[in-house]
Ligand binder design. Sequence first.
Ligand code: UDP
Length: 452
Amino acid sequence: MEKKKNGVRVILFPLPLQGCINPMLQLANILHSQGFSITVIHTRFNGPKASNHPLFTFLEIPDGLSESQINDEPTSNVMSLLAQINVNAESPFRECLQKLLLEESEKVSCLVDDCGWLFTQSVAESLNLPRLVLSTFKATFLNAYPILPRIRTKGYLPVSDSEAEDSVLEFPPLLKRDLPRIFGEDGEKLDPFLDTIVDTTMRSSGLIFMSCQELEKDSLTLSNEIFKVPVFAIGPFHSYFSASSSSLFRQDETCIHWLDNQEDKSVIYVSLGSVVNITESEFLEIAWGLSNSKQPFLWVVRPGLVLGAEWIELLTEELVRSLEKKGKIVKWSPQQEVLAHRAVGGFLTHNGWNSTLESICEGVPMICLPGGWDQMLNARFVSDVWRVGIHLEGKIERKEIEKAVRMLMVESEGEKIRGRMNVLKDEVGRSVKDGGSSFRSIAALTNHILSL
Ligand code: UDP
């Protein structure tokens, strides 16, 4: 879909998290392929590697974080770092953008940034620059922002055992048992952030989703009604461009050679993404569950994943010996390549939206172990709506993990799930092909940006 340069520049500003940087740089590639020139403004914290993207201009701004904050904080504190950056980065961002607008020779049509930036709409307005919002969440989740404070105070919490299976009427297909992990311990602190995000999105010039009509048609229509701005669902971004070049961690390629030696659809891939943390006992339960399942597995244990541990030193020698018979453990994988490998037959995932989409696009059924926030909703869609996965319902217990792995990988129920996943994969695949809904949305987005 490569087009001639159109002499118009777009400025992008990713939120500094792996799950937000990947889609923003993929979007940069999509827009570049439509003829736009690209400038990426980024914080020092989790800054992307400019040399991996020679076609774009990169500008770094200070974020006010100290070295020890960046290096020593567990990823579970990443939300507090983001809150600080949202304050610290405002002035440097304004100065950088102002300078760029003065010096740039090409027409700068708009800013595209993450819905999680709280100050960018005001800065863009003060400089008369239109702003488009990228949501790295499913549209169904962003649509709930205006009502989340009401759901929190409605009296659902705390959730009793007898009510855990009840639906949240205002927010289907969520169950009441999902709510505590959305709101955490001090959910009221979220309210001002949600208000700001709703307000700034409504003042924006458009909303871009990495999603498609085939996955959430009604929600996309609703997004347009709620936020009252043009909505562009341009499909799973990695269908157009891989996320590998924006990886913040070194991807261990040896796992691909290991997969080459495994049988078709025999391997369960396990990864909980870049932010989720688990406790020591949860880590050991997953290890025993995988070992007892007797299925080959590829397990990403990100350094820092296990609270209080460097990496896998908590595994006993006996457990390591047992795990090594069937599996491979790596610190970080080339995930898209792994999911596309013929040997991978299942994905035990935290259901981040990127991971969920990547799994759907490769037709890999899932075992859902969501950690919090939008992952709770993504997991419900996977298990209860699309029925392309098994939900662990938060039970990180060796027996449950062993049972789910065997059910998905070797039992007849797994075959049915795989069949439904293949249908969903084909539907989503068609949307990004010439003439498909996402493909047409890219053309609409291009025209919209040119008209600003
Ligand atoms: N990822 C990867 N290697 C890994 C684990 C994850 O490249 O070992 C990538 C994955 O392909 C996805 C991103 O990291 O693009 C994680 O985003 P997601 O939204 O799934 O979860 P988050 O990390 O934001 O919780």
